[in-house]
Design a protein around this ligand. Structure first.
Ligand SMILES: Cc1ncc(COP(=O)(O)O)c(C=O)c1O
Length: 379
């Protein structure tokens, strides 16, 4: 089946009890059993839930994996992935991940004897050099948040596999519509479903997709044992959101390209980071690895003062954390999403005080340009 068809139909079987076309919200904590050891495959809702199952089947199909497991947030999904590593082992990680991912690894997982190297994975040789005999995981985020740097999933997967490490990609920014890391060589993909997959800024969730059955089995064990499951209602919301993923992404993409062109030619913008711009350092890689360039853009206004005044003036673009919703969201990474990264490190990575990130929504692009125009006039 084609991708759009999978979005709508994978996992969305008519309800066996009633024929309901939309998968029902199975709001139950437990299931009646016919007798000891005799049940319909569902015993207790932390372990199995039909609404969550439908979502897991759906996203596994979209990412081309054997199975998926849904969690209570993107960070819970990241935490589940981190259980593939034990004390004494080592992780190589993109140095420009979501700030919360960096915080989790450096302030929580590092306490349990796991070692980390944060490297610029846009430079494959830097990635290669970071591998050690005990490296078990390579964690990539591409495009990275918020500087929109890409890394070559296929090349880095070869490097990691040669050293016996698993490759994990946080595919939140791209969504499976734009990028399918498992087909490029990764072993696991995860998402904050809070973003493009759900797409309506009304649910927090996460999901991990595995390429190999033994990895899915481990994730199922972790999901049940640690218990950070996605609720039936959130599973239903994400399943519903995904039905329109393709049409939303097409519009995000058109608007994203338009806004990136607008920002790149604006005299008050020092630098625009968007993989669709011909001067982006990995523009060719983006064309090869992704189906489009998406709707995430960051741009530098030169100072915290300029960024503060600009963000105080936008009206249609909503100032807020998060991304990937139908409405345009705008944020200031240095004080919001990436505040947990030390200042010197932030500056070194390009998360400068003047950097603004925009998640372009699916509104009429003329209205978005008019809103940005007004804000620019006032700074
Ligand atoms: C790229 C990326 N990964 C993971 C997360 C964490 O997801 P959640 O907020 O759903 O826990 C975020 C959140 O912004 C993100 O942007």
């Amino acid at each position: 089946m084609g991708f759009s068809t999978e979005c709508i139909h994978a996992g969305n079987e008519p309800d066996p009890a009633t024929g309901a076309v939309a998968v029902p919200i199975y709001q139950t904590s437990t299931y009646v059993q016919e007798g000891l050891g005799k049940h319909k495959g569902y015993e207790y809702a932390r372990t199995q839930n039909p609404t969550r199952r439908a979502l897991e089947v759906n996203v596994a199909a979209l990412e081309g994996g054997v199975g998926a497991r849904a969690f209570a947030s993107g960070m819970a999904a990241a935490t589940a992935v981190s259980t593939f590593v034990k004390a004494g082992e080592h992780v190589v990680c993109s140095n420009m991940t979501y700030g919360g991912t960096y915080r989790y690894y450096t302030q929580i997982q590092a306490r349990y004897g796991v070692e980390f190297s944060f490297v610029d994975t846009s430079e494959p040789e830097e990635g290669r050099a970071a591998f050690r005999p005990n490296t078990r995981l390579l964690l990539l985020e591409t495009p990275t948040n918020p500087t929109m740097v890409l890394c070559d999933i296929s090349l880095l997967s070869d490097i990691a596999h040669a050293g016996g490490a698993l490759v994990v990609v946080d595919n939140t920014f791209a969504s499976p519509y734009l990028q399918r890391p498992l087909a490029l060589g990764a072993d696991l993909v995860y998402h904050s479903t809070t973003k493009f997959l759900n797409g309506h800024s009304d649910s927090v969730g996460g999901i991990v997709v595995a390429k190999k059955p033994e990895h899915e089995e481990w994730l199922a064990f972790v999901q049940n044992s640690s218990g950070a499951i996605l609720s039936p209602f959130d599973s239903w919301l994400v399943l519903r959101g995904i039905k329109t993923l393709v049409v939303r992404m097409e519009r995000h993409e058109t608007n994203g390209r338009e806004i990136a062109r607008y920002l790149a030619s604006h005299p008050k913008v020092l630098r625009t980071n968007y993989p669709g711009l011909p001067d982006h350092p990995q523009h060719e890689l983006a064309k090869r690895q992704m189906r489009g360039f998406g709707a995430m853009i960051s741009f530098d206004l030169g100072s915290l003062d300029a960024a503060t005044r600009f963000l105080a003036r936008v009206r249609l673009c909503s100032l807020g954390e998060s991304l990937g919703g139908v409405e345009t969201l705008i944020s200031h990474p240095a004080t919001m999403t990436h505040a947990s990264i030390p200042e010197a490190e932030r500056n070194r990575l390009g998360v400068t005080p003047g950097l603004v990130r925009i998640s372009v929504g699916i509104e009429d692009v003329e209205d978005l340009v008019a809103d940005l125009d007004t804000a620019f006039e006032l700074i």
